[in-house]
Design a protein around this ligand. Structure first.
Ligand SMILES: [Ca+2]
Ligand SMILES: [Ca+2]
Length: 382
């Protein structure tokens, strides 16, 4: 390191540390008298980020003060929820901060602190910010998937009771940054929060292209069922069609979440007992990033009316009892089971369906020998 460079670095370190300690190298240093705080106000604001198209964003920092300003320091509150965001550079606005300030600008990506410290050799004026001006521009490096908010921390002003405070727009007692006293502790007005990247996208359940999956939103009620116990029939956002036990292992082969969230699949006990991951009556919830349920669907497996994931003689038996009003407490199947059992798409679940499911169980139904899931979906008009 050259002697000249070393002396500059030492001078800067000295100036910043002295300022931090309150024994300023640019004159005196004091706190606003409590009764005067309201008379001297400063307002901070950040402009919306401008995408520079090269992986960086520029953000202007605005400051309004009804007094002449000396040393400036502020801390950013960064909340990064996706990707990365870091300060690349900070440039003092030369049209506002005069050249004879010899301003030293420093920043830290650890503390997120930014300081603009005058280092004049002769007497110079504080900055007139009564009309409000852009004092600096921050350039951020951002990843393509960034999602973040940034604000100036106005809750941590440097005052007599908070001498370690990070927010300073010092008032110069005589307007001169060399001969005056830098006074901190003025009233600070609320700042704004700016957003980088897109906000979280509401999650949505969709069928995966190229599969038989169908999200049928024409059926939104499970008649006779009060699953959540609120006294009303269970409302749902639709049925999920297309699962074929001969073809699929799980509902995730047919459906996915678009947006920011995830699927919660609640498999029936009957299906779990068979080691299966889906059955008629399997509930599929869509969760947002906070885990809130934003939509609920129920899976339909054609031919499986007793919700164990298989279409076999048990289902035929259920349908026969249903047809004879002899099934369970109601004498009937629930609406979604009846829909799953109507394999000939006649609009009724009856002895014909029972017979078809029996043939399916014996590999003797139609051309395929099996329930034709694609054919049913086509007949339903999807
Ligand atoms: Ca079954
Ligand atoms: Ca039928």
């Amino acid at each position: 390191m050259s002697k000249k460079l070393l002396s500059v670095v030492l001078a800067l370190c000295l100036a910043v540390s002295c300022f931090a300690l309150g024994a300023s190298a640019i004159g005196g240093y004091a706190y606003e008298a409590e009764e005067d705080v309201a008379n001297y106000a400063q307002t901070w604001a950040l402009d919306e980020p401008v995408d520079n198209g090269d992986g960086t964003y520029s953000v202007n920092v605005r400051l309004t003060a009804n007094y002449k300003v000396g040393p400036i320091q502020f801390k950013l509150v960064k909340n990064v929820t996706a990707g990365s965001l870091s300060i690349k550079s900070v440039t003092a606005n030369k049209s506002v901060i005069p050249a004879n300030w010899l301003a030293q600008v420093s920043f830290s990506n650890v503390s997120n602190k930014i300081a603009i410290i005058p280092m004049p050799t002769d007497e110079v004026d504080g900055i007139d910010l009564t009309a409000g001006k852009i004092i600096a521009t921050i350039v951020f490096n951002a990843s393509a998937d960034v999602a973040a908010t940034v604000a100036i921390n106005t809750a941590d002003a440097k005052t007599e009771t908070n001498p370690a405070g990070t927010l300073i727009a010092a008032r110069m007692s005589d307007g001169n940054v060399v001969t005056g006293t830098a006074i901190c502790g003025q009233t600070i007005n609320a700042t704004n929060t700016i957003t980088f990247g897109s906000a979280a996208q509401a999650p949505e359940l969709v069928a995966i292209d190229g599969t038989l999956g169908v999200v049928d939103t024409s059926r939104t009620m499970l008649d006779e069922l009060d699953i959540d116990g609120d006294g009303d029939m269970q409302e749902i956002d639709g049925y999920l069609l297309g699962y074929d036990p001969d073809m699929n292992m799980s509902l995730e082969e047919l459906f996915e979440i678009e947006g920011d969230g995830e699927m919660e699949i609640i498999v029936t006990e009957e299906a779990l007992a068979n080691g299966l991951e889906a059955s008629t009556g399997t509930m599929v919830n869509v969760l947002d990033l906070e885990g809130n349920v934003v939509a609920t669907y129920v899976a339909i497996i054609f031919g499986d009316v007793n919700c164990d994931g298989i279409a076999d003689g048990y289902d035929s038996g259920y349908i026969d009892e249903h047809d004879a009003w002899m099934l369970g407490d109601w004498g009937r199947l629930f609406s979604y089971q009846e829909f799953a059992g109507d394999v000939d798409v006649s609009g009724f679940c009856d002895g014909y369906d029972s017979g078809y499911i029996g043939e399916h169980d014996a590999w003797m139904l139609g051309d395929l020998g099996r329930i034709d899931v694609a054919g049913i979906i086509a007949t339903l008009g999807f």
